[in-house]
Design a protein around this ligand. Structure first.
Ligand code: GDP
Length: 424
């Protein structure tokens, strides 16, 4: 049985926690898209961890963690992340890297930086992890597949060819130091040695696992609104953040994905630039940011303060729909306990008309939030284990959101730790 865990909004919904929790009952956890550009925060018995590239299942002895072919594989980063876990006392996880994954090259990171520099105030707010240049090269067919590391002749020829091309850009567009083919080749050989112990044909491995009835989790990064097709283009990420892409980024049949657990946060937050209709500012935002998540809403990868906003029903309903959500985990609701009243965005006013459908970016830029105000519950709800024991106004908030997003909320997370979860 294959399940996916994905985000409905801009990311940072708390997918890491939910994956870590569900990983307990899983055999295999797969990353199928993105790279080390976003992070999951996980708190468990070993401590607090920010994972960027490794799947969230790495803390269990019984799980295999797979880096699928759809991932932007930063090899030194992978090794660094594994070493960090081990140094903090986590048993060395079993990790498999797809032989079809492509390699995030050092120059992808440089090009990401140079391009953001060139764009100046029009920059994308990239994490500068090289993700956009990586996927551009993949689809331009000048990427390096892991399997190619093991073919010296091919590697040498390709490195020459790619340096020639990249150096034109570096010299004439960015006015930056040029790439040296010998150095790049040496780096790739180092990468080969680093990644070799993990490389395998993950497609065969996963098909066999499906046949054997193993429990498999697909772990998404970011959320629906960062998807290149359905998100707030162009302020999106460069690989699909949707559960459907799990089939491609892992190489499994789409019909095997039976359950799409979509994580939705009880208020909104976003990192980077882009439209954000229910955004709040000033003291109101600072207060929520300070109290949000676990120790404040700051990016797990960049440490940047997240932009804050009220819950957005329009965006979240669309986010769930486009994921094909079968159930929702509503997270971080405990944080809202300080508010007397809570605003919820129930519609967008665009050119004088109110809509409940999430529009394309140009329309979105004109949208003003239409709010409804719900009563708060004014108390701490961490530690509560049964849904019936939640304050009435808190339950009403959950039920209001459930109706708006048109998807059953089966889990309510009321604290960052692994077992702070209420099943409904
Ligand atoms: P992800 O990228 O979707 O995994 O999200 P992040 O891990 O970046 O952000 C979620 C943040 O909220 C992390 O700091 C989590 O520890 C924290 N978190 C997750 N669930 C809850 C919850 O129910 N309550 C609180 N207070 N924090 C939570």
């Amino acid at each position: 049985m294959v399940k996916a865990i994905v985000g409905a909004c801009w990311g940072d919904e708390g997918k890491g926690k939910v994956t870590d929790m569900l990983a307990e009952k899983s055999d295999i956890i797969i990353r199928f898209q993105g790279g080390s550009n976003a992070g999951h925060t996980i708190i468990n018995d070993y401590g607090k961890f920010a994972l960027h590239l490794l799947p969230s299942g790495v803390f269990y002895n019984h799980t295999t963690s797979v880096i699928g072919n759809g991932v932007a594989l930063n090899i030194p980063y992978l090794v660094k992340e594994i070493d960090e876990l081990v140094s903090k006392g986590v048993p060395k996880p079993k990790i498999l890297v797809s032989n079809r994954a492509q390699i995030l090259m050092p120059y992808h990171i440089l090009f990401d930086q140079y391009e953001e520099e060139r764009l100046g105030k029009n920059s994308f707010g990239s994490t500068k992890s090289g993700i956009a240049p990586f996927y551009s090269d993949k689809y331009a067919k000048i990427g390096f597949q892991v399997s190619e590391l093991f073919d010296d002749v091919l590697l040498e020829e390709k490195v020459q060819r790619i340096c020639e091309q990249k150096n034109v850009m570096l010299e004439h567009m960015y006015h930056k130091p040029l790439l040296n083919p010998e150095e790049l080749l040496a780096t790739l050989k180092e990468y080969r040695d680093m990644v070799e112990p993990y490389v395998c044909d993950t497609v065969s491995f996963l098909h066999q696992a499906i046949k054997e009835g193993k429990n498999i989790l697909l772990e998404g990064q970011l959320g629906s609104l960062k998807d290149p097709d359905f998100g707030i283009y162009p302020m999106v990420t460069s690989s699909s953040t949707l559960a459907a892409y799990g089939a491609i980024g892992a190489g499994i049949p789409p019909y095997e994905i039976k359950d799409i657990i979509t994580v939705v946060k009880a208020y909104s937050s976003a990192v980077g630039a882009g439209e954000f209709v229910s955004e709040i500012f000033g003291e109101e935002a600072d207060e929520l940011r300070k109290r949000g998540g676990d120790g404040g809403e700051f990016g797990a990868t960049t440490g940047r303060p997240r932009r804050m906003g009220w819950f957005d029903c329009v965006a979240s309903r669309f986010g769930c729909k486009i994921q094909g959500a079968t159930q929702v985990a509503l997270t971080v609701i405990d944080v809202l306990g300080y508010l007397d009243e809570i605003k919820v965005c129930v519609g967008y006013e665009i050119d004088g008309k109110v809509t409940k459908d999430f529009p394309t970016t140009a329309e979105l830029a004109k949208a003003k939030p239409v709010y409804e105000t719900l009563p708060g519950w004014n108390c701490e709800i961490r530690g509560i284990q049964k849904y019936e024991d939640l304050p009435e106004n808190c339950r009403k908030y959950v039920e209001f959101i459930e109706k708006e997003i048109e998807t059953p909320i089966t889990m309510v997370s009321n604290g960052p730790a692994r077992h702070e979860i209420i099943y409904r």
